[in-house]
Design a protein around this ligand. Structure first.
Ligand SMILES: Nc1nc2c(c(=O)[nH]1)N[C@H]1C(S)=C(S)[C@@H](COP(=O)(O)O)O[C@H]1N2
Ligand SMILES: [Mo]
Length: 223
């Protein structure tokens, strides 16, 4: 896994990996065709449980020291904010436990996260009435989009810790998004900017064959 000390690694991404994922999308790989709409099982269709925690990225793992990291939350909001790590940690902190479902078919149960809830972020920045969508931007150039109601779900947070320890660089530290109800590609690592928009803006994988939403129970793998 390549890594870089440049906090802005945009452009140095793994073309082969991207091409193979685009091919999976065209072929509908891993689709069972048996959605589990009532969530009768803990594992969504086509998933298998892992006990380790795989690392997935575009070939770069930005190194962002905590004292350099900034988070800007802006767009269609009444009160845009820019937080450094200290300001982020000064926000109300919450504990969450949730399962991870990756589109490449692994799931990991009972991950204990600590960080700032999306509920607190929404209370703080106050999206305008026109705001309907949210886009996350990361220091590796990655972006991903969700609708405002998905961001507002009670189990969504910006996490700085996992299982009681700071998030490691490979898993998106200092701060990553966690959106447990969607496949994990929606959970942006190394997040530095969150933008509220009126119109939807599909992100990195959403413009490369992945589904625009990503509900694992309905197998919304590819779009
Ligand atoms: N910034 C950034 N966030 C990202 C990605 C990425 O390449 N860059 N990959 C996504 C994908 S496809 C997955 S499955 C998860 C992987 O998170 P993990 O490496 O902590 O398991 O991060 C998501 N968030
Ligand atoms: Mo993924």
């Amino acid at each position: 896994m390549a890594s870089s000390d440049d906090p802005d690694d945009e452009g140095k991404i793994k073309d082969k990996l991207i091409q193979s994922k685009e091919k999976w999308a065209r072929e509908g790989r891993l689709l069972t065709g048996r959605p589990d709409k009532v969530k009768a099982n803990r594992l969504p269709p086509g998933q298998r449980e892992v006990k380790n925690w795989p690392v997935l990225d575009l070939g770069v793992q930005p190194n962002i020291p905590k004292d350099i990291w900034r988070l800007r939350i802006e767009g269609l909001v009444e009160n845009p904010v820019t937080w450094n790590f200290e300001a982020f940690m000064a926000q109300p902190q919450s504990d969450f436990v949730s399962d991870i479902h990756c589109v490449t078919a692994w799931s990991r149960f009972d991950n204990r996260w600590q960080g700032v809830s999306s509920a607190h972020i929404l209370e703080t920045v106050r999206p305008k009435a026109e705001a309907r969508h949210v886009v996350f931007h990361s220091s590796d150039g990655y972006t991903t989009n969700v609708s405002l109601p998905v961001f507002a779900e009670a189990n969504v947070l910006l996490a700085h810790s996992w299982e009681g320890a700071p998030l490691t660089r490979e898993h998106g530290g200092p701060v990553r998004v966690v959106i447990p109800d969607w496949y994990f590609w929606k959970s942006a690592k190394w997040v530095t900017r969150i933008v509220f928009l009126a119109e939807d803006r599909p992100g990195f994988w959403e413009t490369r064959g992945y589904h625009n939403e990503g509900d694992p129970w309905s197998e919304e793998r590819y779009g």
